[in-house]
Design a protein around this ligand. Structure first.
Ligand SMILES: [Zn+2]
Length: 616
């Protein structure tokens, strides 16, 4: 498909080649899949049906679940439950898509509000479900999990049983649930407070006020002074005594609550609640952390090479995110699409076909629009087609994002053969197809780039690897220290958190990197929403990235014969625990070698990057 032509029509592009003509749409065609608009009577009917659906389900299953004796009953229960959940969810999915397209649309916001009220009412009618499963008990649920008739639901049942181990009595759960609302206020306080922050910066003599996202985006500026000022601006806000006292107390409050949960429910370690929900064994997570820490010197080598490439005497933390030059290749949406499609065509026909279908059927919303949600996402659920939202502006990063999100979309498509209860992959597996797609694409892109562009590309790629693997583990080791200290009864303040954060940071960066503030003013931990909202969540990103290195390594060695095995991993959705699923395909995630192989791949890239210094 060399001599393709692209002709713009009315919001629709027409793509013609000598052999095929395809019409691609760059706006979501939601009416084809959902409703015509807010006033579509079918939408109202869908919303009106939510409460009756919950009531009918309750009528049929209240006081019944706890008496289940045969696998047939469980099978019928799942069929009803899945049908109800699917019907209940459709209106909400549609409204959330509308809201993503225009976050300011008041009619949509209002409708969403109505729907949320109904949802809360419906879910209170369904509270009996988890309680009755609990009454049914661990042994009974496990016997169902091992029944061949229920093999499609095995992992859902095993997870249910696993979580039961940590459930307390009905009365205790009720009390904890009531009391948990106070913790919601604490986390809400952090969000509201930090969302209210605004950041001042002076650029070329002009004073500007920015949001946190805007000020952060300046950290990749080629102008060192701007990068430094963006750090300064963040510190000016986060380092005030009020902010430090408030965020320090919020964090220690959240950690104390977590610690009391660990104690009351009898988890073995402070990280076990997270490991249970991510379906990873404690030993696996420990090995992951250990092996990444062992590879930390790779990051120090990267910044040392970068220091030389940038021609700096001293390397500061705000130089980590610096580009190597100011040149930037532009990619039109057509360029991006073509690069992605060519990559998929070389890789696998089904991946290619599904991407084509996404482009042709109006399930990719490509360009920024006023009021449209920022960033990019892919969305899918069982029984429905995948949707992708992008804000394509023509940067190299946008090409990778397109491939990344289409990877998610195709993963969502391949796992359609799973039942809804086990459709979604657990987080450690959820980024597999997306990052794998990016790896495939980068091989393709590197051939399109000039020598200078390629240097920048390698710089960005390595920065990504360090951000998504190494830094996530650094977050975790900080969290683990803070949690373990508080769990053992120590009282910590922001002074301690600042110091701990810096110590963990130095472990990763080495001593060659200078910091913009002294250790006692190190407030970066207080800027990371994840450690407040979802403790220990970040290691799943590191795991996901390492897994893709392992998969990609196998693909390079085995070529096309590995593709079916890879697709089987994706097709499995959430039907197997990561350890078991990956073992079936020859990956032993309990072995340090699995992580070392990935780190070797990172080292190869670092060596290549170091080579740029000699060329210079
Ligand atoms: Zn993703």
């Amino acid at each position: 498909m060399e001599e393709n032509q692209y002709i713009y029509g009315n919001g629709t592009e027409i793509f013609i080649s000598s052999k095929i003509a395809m019409i691609i749409q760059t706006n979501w065609n939601l009416s084809k899949y959902f409703f015509s608009w807010l006033d579509d009577p079918r939408l109202q009917a869908n919303i009106d049906a939510i409460l009756p659906l919950a009531e009918d389900f309750a009528k049929k299953y209240q006081n019944i679940i706890k008496t289940f004796t045969t696998p047939e009953q469980v099978l019928a229960y799942y069929a009803d439950y899945e049908k109800m959940s699917h019907e209940m969810g459709t209106g909400g999915v549609y409204l959330s898509y509308l809201q993503s397209l225009d976050t300011q649309d008041n009619a949509v916001i209002k409708k969403m509000g109505e729907l949320e009220c109904i949802f809360i009412e419906a879910s209170s009618k369904l509270l009996f479900i988890s309680q009755e499963w609990k009454e049914l008990g661990y042994e009974k649920i496990m016997s169902f999990a091992n029944n061949p008739l229920l093999k499609d639901y095995k992992n859902a049942l095993v997870s249910k049983a696993d979580n039961l181990k940590y459930l307390l009595g009905e009365r205790e759960e009720f009390v904890l649930n009531e009391k948990s609302r106070a913790l919601g206020v604490v986390e809400g306080l952090r969000e509201e407070l930090t969302n209210s922050y605004s950041f001042e910066i002076e650029i070329n003599g002009e004073k500007k006020t920015m949001t946190e996202e805007e000020i952060r985006s300046l950290r990749t500026s080629p102008d060192r002074e701007i990068r430094q000022k963006s750090y300064e601006s963040l510190r000016t806000v986060y380092n005030t005594k009020q902010a430090q006292i408030t965020l320090g107390n919020i964090y220690s409050g959240i950690v104390k609550d977590w610690a009391s949960d660990v104690k009351l429910r009898g988890y073995k370690t402070v990280m076990e609640p997270r490991n249970t929900s991510e379906e990873l064994e404690n030993e696996v997570v420990d090995i992951l952390i250990q092996e990444v820490q062992t590879a930390y010197p790779l990051f120090a080598r990267f910044i040392e090479a970068k220091r030389k490439l940038l021609g700096l005497n001293t390397f500061y933390n705000y130089d980590t995110t610096a580009p190597l030059s100011t040149i930037e290749k532009e990619f039109s949406f057509e360029d991006s699409m073509k690069l992605h499609l060519d990559t998929m065509k070389d890789f696998d026909q089904e991946f290619y076909d599904y991407s084509i279908d996404m482009f042709e059927s109006g399930r990719i919303d490509a360009f920024p629009k006023y009021g449209k949600r920022g960033g990019a996402f892919a969305s899918y659920r069982q029984g429905e087609s995948s949707f992708v939202l992008l804000n394509h502006t023509g940067k190299l990063r946008d090409v990778s994002t397109l491939s990344h999100e289409l990877g998610h979309a195709t993963h969502g498509h391949l796992s359609q053969e799973q039942k809804p209860a086990v459709y979604d992959s657990p987080l450690p597996l959820a980024e597999t197809a997306s990052i794998f797609n990016e790896m495939l694409l980068s091989e393709k892109i590197r051939k399109e780039l000039s020598v200078e562009e390629y240097k920048e590309f390698l710089n960005e790629k390595l920065s990504d690897v360090f951000a998504t693997i190494f830094r996530q583990i650094q977050y975790i080791t900080f969290e683990r220290r803070a949690h373990e200290a508080i769990f053992s009864g120590q009282e910590l303040t922001y002074h301690d958190f600042n110091r701990m954060w810096r110590e963990e940071q130095v472990k990763m960066c080495g001593t060659n990197m200078k910091h913009d503030v002294p250790a006692e003013e190190e407030s970066t931990w207080s800027m990371i929403p994840h450690i407040f909202a979802s403790p220990f969540y970040c290691y799943a990103y590191a795991f996901g990235n390492i897994l893709v290195f392992a998969l990609y390594n196998r693909y390079q060695k085995e070529g096309t014969s590995f593709v079916e095995s890879y697709k089987d991993i994706l097709r499995a959705g959430g039907s197997r625990r990561p350890k078991d699923l990956l073992a079936e395909h020859g990956f032993d995630i309990t072995s340090p070698k699995f992580y070392r192989d990935a780190m070797e791949e990172v080292e190869k890239m670092v060596v290549e990057f170091e080579g740029l210094v000699e060329e210079k």
